[in-house]
Design a protein around this ligand. Structure first.
Ligand code: MEV
Length: 347
C-alpha cells in the first residue's frame, strides 16, 4: 500500500516576535521537536484523521474540507479588509482549523484525487510558542503533495503554508513557516508583500538553553497578534516606539551573529520589551523574575500569552550546571533545546 511520511520541525523565535509582523527583522531557529504526518490511501472521497496532538480521531469528506477552506479564506479576507472580527475568531479558535484548511486547500487545488487516512504524531506542543500550526501545516501539505505526486518546490510549499498561517493567525508575518520549511537558523523580514530570509550559523561558544513551559496561553496566536494591532491603532506612537525598539534589538543581534560574536545578554532586554508591549502575562513574568534571580536570562519565544500562561520560555546560561539547577527549581515542565535542525523532509 502506498504510504508517505512527512516531517516538519517546530520553531522558536530568538528575537523579533510581534515586531516582525510590522516589517522588522526576526531571528528564528528550527527546533529539534517535530510533527510527523503519515498518509495512506483511504476510501473513495473520505478522509480519516487520527492525531495525538489535539486528541482527535474522526472522519470527514473531500467536499466538506473544500467548503470549509473556501469559507475560511473568505472570512479571513473580510477580517483583514473590513475588520469583521467575530466570524474570523470563530474559525481561528476551531481546534481543527489547520487540519481542515490544509486539506481543503490541497483538494481544491488538485481536485478529487481520492480519500486518505492520516495519522499525526507530534512532539511540538500545541499553542505554546513552538510553531505547532506552521509545523502541522507544513508536514500535512508537504505530505499530501508528495502522496499525490505533485512536484512542489520548498517555495511552493512555503506559500501554501503561509496562506494557512494567515487564516489561523490573521496577520501572520510568515516568519514561523520559514524556519519550519527551510530549517536552520534564519533571519526573516517581510517588506510589504516581499518575504526575505537568510540562513545564519550560531557562534560555537553559545552557552546552553532549556525551554520551560510557563503554561498554555488562554489566547491564540491570532488573538495576541490582533491585540497588538488594536494597540497600534489606538495608541499609535507609544506602540510604534516599542515595535521599533524590538526591531533595533533584532538588527543588533543579527549583526553580532554575522560577526560570530554573540553576547546573549539581550535576551533579558528582549523580554522586557515584550512585557512592555503587553504580550507576557503575570504568571510568566514571575517565573522569569525568579530565574533572573538565579542569574538566568529568559524570554518568551512565540506570541506570548496574557490571561494565564505565556507558552514556552527560553532560558539561557553559559554554564550548563547552573542552568539545569535553576530550571529544576521551578515546578514547570522542562524541555531540552536543539536549535537549527533540518527543515521539512520526507521520512
Ligand atoms: C508567532 O510565533 C510569532 C508572531 O510574531 C506572529 C507572526 O510572526 O506571524 C507573534
Amino acid at each position: 500500500m502506498k504510504q508517505v511520511s512527512s516531517i516538519a520541525p517546530g520553531k522558536i523565535i530568538l528575537t523579533g516576535e510581534h515586531s516582525v509582523v510590522y516589517g522588522e527583522p526576526a531571528l528564528l531557529a528550527a527546533l529539534g521537536r517535530q510533527v510527523e504526518v503519515s498518509i495512506s490511501s483511504g476510501d473513495s472521497d473520505r478522509i480519516l484523521i487520527q492525531t495525538d496532538a489535539i486528541g482527535f480521531r474522526g472522519g470527514t469528506s473531500i467536499d466538506e474540507v473544500v467548503s470549509y477552506w473556501k469559507k475560511a479564506f473568505r472570512v479571513w479576507e473580510s477580517y483583514i479588509q473590513l475588520n469583521e472580527v467575530d466570524e474570523w475568531k470563530a474559525i481561528a479558535t476551531d481546534p481543527l482549523v489547520i487540519l481542515k484548511v490544509c486539506l481543503g486547500l490541497v483538494y481544491d487545488e488538485l481536485g478529487s484525487c481520492g480519500g486518505v487516512d492520516i495519522q499525526v504524531k507530534s512532539s511540538v506542543l500545541v499553542g505554546s510558542g513552538m510553531g505547532s500550526s506552521a509545523s502541522l501545516a507544513t508536514a500535512l501539505i508537504g505530505g499530501l503533495g508528495s502522496f499525490f505526486g505533485v512536484k512542489w518546490s520548498k517555495e511552493d510549499l512555503y506559500e501554501r503554508v503561509y496562506t494557512v498561517e494567515q487564516i489561523a493567525h490573521g496577520r501572520a508575518s510568515g516568519a514561523d513557516p520559514t524556519a519550519v520549511v527551510y530549517g536552520g537558523v534564519v533571519e526573516f523580514v517581510k517588506e510589504k508583500e516581499t518575504k526575505l530570509f537568510k540562513h545564519h550559523s550560531l557562534p560555537k561558544n553559545k552557552g546552553h538553553f532549556q525551554l520551560i513551559n510557563s503554561g498554555k496561553p488562554a489566547e491564540t496566536t491570532g488573538e495576541l497578534v490582533s491585540m497588538v494591532h488594536t494597540q497600534l491603532l489606538t495608541e499609535r506612537q507609544t506602540t510604534q516606539r516599542k515595535i521599533d525598539a524590538i526591531g533595533k534589538l533584532s538588527r543588533d543581534v543579527i549583526k553580532q551573529i554575522e560577526k560570530g560574536l554573540i553576547q546573549w545578554d539581550w535576551i533579558s532586554e528582549n523580554e522586557r520589551l515584550l512585557e512592555d508591549l503587553g504580550v507576557v502575562g503575570l504568571q510568566a513574568q514571575q517565573l522569569i523574575r525568579s530565574l533572573e534571580g538565579e542569574g538566568i536570562m529568559a524570554k518568551v519565544c512565540g506570541a506570548g500569552g496574557v490571561a494565564v500562561g505565556s507558552g514556552m520560555i527560553l532560558a539561557y546560561h553559559l554554564d550548563w550546571e547552573k542552568l539545569q539547577r535553576a530550571c529544576s527549581m521551578t515546578d514547570k515542565q522542562i524541555y531540552p533545546v536543539v536549535l537549527g535542525v533540518e527543515g521539512w523532509h520526507l521520512a
